[in-house]
Design a protein around this ligand. Structure first.
Ligand SMILES: [Zn+2]
Length: 426
């Protein structure tokens, strides 16, 4: 069913995913090592000058390392797609995040509790404190530059993971900044590091709850955010035959999105509609690289009023010989109210024709806007049959050529039409 270009596009999509995976993973590993280094530096310096805020922040960094390691190993498995997990195991990342967030919250309480324990004050020189403040200052600058770079790459590959990692690193800088302030204060004999530590604990708690909230919502299949949905709508509405976007449903799975879109197309032919919907899918894969899977369902616009044609014999019964029918009864029928709106009898002006009579009649009826042809089995595989088929007209084949009750006949036709419109088969 796939066209060549579709295959190429799919391949491009796969290549892009591979490349982005490599770049994203590299940076995430780098962040992990940076946080590991920060953990050690903060802890050693904190112990050295006896600053509890810095020690609490070291614990924060160690949690960041742990969460990266867990998320990273979850990601490693999440790329595996199998028959059993056809949508991939991206959600492992969300599950891992949930565990990590609980761990963060517990640890934050633990640090908070320890702040109120009595401890021996550490005596340290002013010089030591100045050295630590300077070291921390350089760390802030370096980390700020790193987070800017990471965010740039993250935006480029539309990796929410990288962007949020960059944001995280940036927000962590705030705590280092207030620790520097607390050190400066203590140089002047004002020991506020305990209170700074409390602020840091509250910040750790906050990020823990945020992570818990987001990973839980993703696990509960929260819809894709409004901004993304609007962007998708914008993209789809650029297609000419899209009449209405009925619904866009999305799920988040790790860093990827799975989408299900329903559109109404003003295209009558099944093949055309299928083609258009695959084009829409391709466009979405191109424009939204973090979409892992998109399915576009299409529905034809439901016609409320249809034109039904009944080829007739002289005595106004259904004609078995389509081409030689003496007249054509054309009825405007309201499907929803099951009512005849208009009824005209057109004489067969093509009766005298020697060649391609049936085809000429069929083309004439198509031009008249007929939707359904009530006919007998005899029409199958004839010229007019193929004319109607290519114009996507529907047939209603009757066994009995006698019209006993036109109303009843139309009612049973209309019942069939609704079924057929969903099945798209004639
Ligand atoms: Zn952090």
């Amino acid at each position: 069913m796939y066209k060549r270009e579709e295959l190429i596009l799919n391949q491009a999509n796969v290549d892009y995913k591979k490349e982005s995976k490599k770049v994203i993973n590299k940076l995430l590993i780098a962040s992990t090592f940076i946080n590991l280094a920060l953990t050690i530096i903060k802890y050693v310096l904190g112990k050295w000058i006896g600053n509890v805020a810095l020690q609490a922040d070291a614990l924060h960094s160690s949690l960041d390392v742990l969460s990266s390691v867990i998320v990273f190993s979850a990601m490693f498995f999440s790329y595996i797609k199998s028959e059993k997990f056809p949508f991939g195991l991206y959600k492992l990342e969300n599950i891992a995040s949930s565990f990590v967030s609980l761990l963060i919250i517990l640890t934050a309480f633990e640090i908070g509790y320890s702040l109120f324990e009595k401890r021996e004050p550490v005596h340290t020189s002013v010089l030591n404190q100045i050295i630590v403040a300077i070291v921390l200052f350089f760390i802030v600058i370096l980390m700020y530059l790193y987070s800017k770079y990471e965010k740039k790459i993250g935006t480029q590959y539309s990796s929410s993971g990288l962007v949020s990692d960059a944001e995280h690193i940036k927000s962590d800088l705030f705590s280092i900044f207030i620790i520097i302030c607390s050190i400066i204060f203590s140089i002047f004999g004002l020991n506020i590091d305990k209170y700074v530590a409390i602020v840091i604990v509250v910040m750790i708690l906050h990020s823990g709850f945020e992570l818990l909230k987001n990973s839980t919502l993703a696990l509960l299949d929260i819809n894709v955010d409004k901004k993304t949905i609007e962007a998708i709508k914008q993209e789809i509405s650029q297609f000419e035959h899209v009449n209405e976007i009925t619904s866009i449903k999305g799920r988040k799975s790790g860093r990827f999105m799975l989408l299900e879109i329903i559109v109404k197309l003003d295209i009558a032919s099944f093949e055309e509609a299928h083609k258009l919907s695959s084009q829409i899918e391709q466009r979405i894969y191109e424009k939204f690289p973090n979409v892992d899977n998109v399915i576009v369902h299409y529905e034809p616009i439901e016609k409320k009023i249809v034109k039904i044609c009944i080829p007739q014999t002289k005595n106004e019964q259904i004609s078995e010989d389509f081409s030689n029918s003496s007249s054509f009864l054309i009825i405007d029928y309201d499907l929803s109210r099951k009512k005849i709106l208009n009824k005209q009898q057109k004489p067969n002006d093509f009766l005298e024709l020697k060649e391609k009579k049936g085809i000429q009649i069929a083309l004439y009826l198509v031009k008249e806007g007929v939707d359904i042809i009530v006919t007998t089995k005899h029409i199958e595989n004839t010229g007019p049959y193929f004319v109607f088929k290519t114009h996507n007209k529907k047939f209603y084949v009757v066994e009995n050529v006698q019209i006993d009750n036109l109303e009843e006949l139309l009612k049973s036709i209309s019942n069939k039409i609704y079924v057929k419109q969903t099945g798209e088969e004639t």
